[in-house]
Ligand binder design. Structure first.
Ligand code: AKG
Length: 342
């Protein structure tokens, strides 16, 4: 470990292990130090940020731009939580970083999810196995989806009934909005129904939740063509391939033509032989699979989970109303991305 890096155990006023280490590493890198990421640091970084409800990009940008003192960084973290961290989440992180068992209260809250009635039926699970995606109907109530949609409109400063406003300013990067901390977004991340569905797919309730963004995909116009994302994978195409999930919550009713999420169903079963069948030197990411993509229509409050081996993306909105979603994924701490990116 370089000399100026703080140890994993050292804490500040928030009492969160690894936070100071993370901060010191970010600042050392900012100062030009070359610090390799390892599978362990990749995993701990992700769990730290997700455990503290901190979006990766926002946090990295803050550290790089502001180069805060550790006390300032802790204040910033606290500010994202209205001045109060969830003690159970802090205990969970510290258990993980110190290799200690979870406290009883935490075990009980995970057992509560394990003991919930199944959200995915045997037919849903068979559908998942075959197609690599599944729709969790009514994952959050229509009211909750509507309240979140309203928060998105407010954040954008646009009006649902006035299409002229939908194109007046940039949304973010393409359709992606850096909008993470509204109470409705947080409430959706706490949905037990969504948690249970992921728990069924991962065979454990002990999952970490991402603090992911939202997106706003308005109908295409001549001046505002489809912004993507086109079909892609977010994982490395270098074997070995491991199980992984991704997900999104529809915040408004989304018929197929209204810019719905789309994917190539069943591709998780054929990705490996498909890659092997490509002529040598082919860049798999450049192969056009659009003809096999299917838009996944669903209603406000429905949640789509897909296998990360499916090529997936958004689709051009040829409807009359924007498509608005919140992204959310859950994964166990053992989940390992392939570090070699292909
Ligand atoms: O917004 C969508 O429909 C697609 C999202 C996507 O491509 C992703 O999350 O990687």
């Amino acid at each position: 470990m370089p000399q100026d890096l703080v140890s994993i155990e050292e804490t500040g006023t928030l009492g969160v292990q690894y936070l100071k280490h993370y901060w010191s590493r970010a600042l050392a890198r900012r100062g030009g130090a070359h610090i390799e990421s390892t599978a362990q640091s990749w995993r701990f970084d992700n769990v730290l940020l997700n455990g503290l409800g901190l979006p990766l990009e926002e946090t990295v940008q803050y550290l790089l731009r502001m180069a805060p003192s550790f006390a300032e960084f802790e204040d910033w973290v606290l500010g994202k939580h209205n001045g109060q961290l969830d003690p159970l989440q802090v205990a969970r992180l510290n258990s993980l970083f110190s290799g200690q068992p979870y406290p009883d209260a935490l075990q009980r809250s995970l057992q509560e999810i394990e003991q919930l009635d199944d959200v995915l039926s045997p037919a849903d699970l068979a559908f998942w196995d075959e197609h690599g995606y599944v729709i969790v109907r009514g994952a959050v109530s229509k009211e909750q989806a509507r309240a979140t949609e309203e928060a998105v409109w407010e954040a954008l400063g646009m009006h649902p009934q006035d299409p002229a406003t939908w194109y007046q300013k940039p949304i973010g990067k393409g359709i992606m909005m850096e909008f993470y901390h509204h109470p409705t977004l947080r409430a959706n991340r706490e949905s037990k129904r969504i948690h249970k569905a992921f728990a069924q797919l991962w065979h454990t309730a002990d999952l970490w939740k991402t603090t992911d963004r939202t997106s706003f995909n308005p109908p295409e116009t001549p001046a505002f063509p489809f912004q993507g994302p086109h079909l892609h994978w977010d994982m490395s195409l270098e074997p070995p391939f491991r199980f992984g999930t991704q997900g999104l919550l529809y915040l408004c009713d989304t018929p197929a033509e209204q810019g719905a999420f789309c994917c190539v169903p069943g591709f998780h079963r054929t990705l490996e032989p498909w890659l092997a069948s490509l002529p040598a030197g082919t860049d798999a990411r450049q192969v056009n699979l659009d003809a096999q993509a299917v838009p996944i229509a669903a209603e406000a409050g429905d949640f789509v989970i897909w296998h990360h081996m499916l090529p997936h993306g958004s689709s051009p909105n040829r409807g009359r109303y924007p498509r608005i979603v919140q992204y959310l994924n859950m994964y166990p701490v053992e989940f390992k991305e392939n570090m070699a990116w292909l």
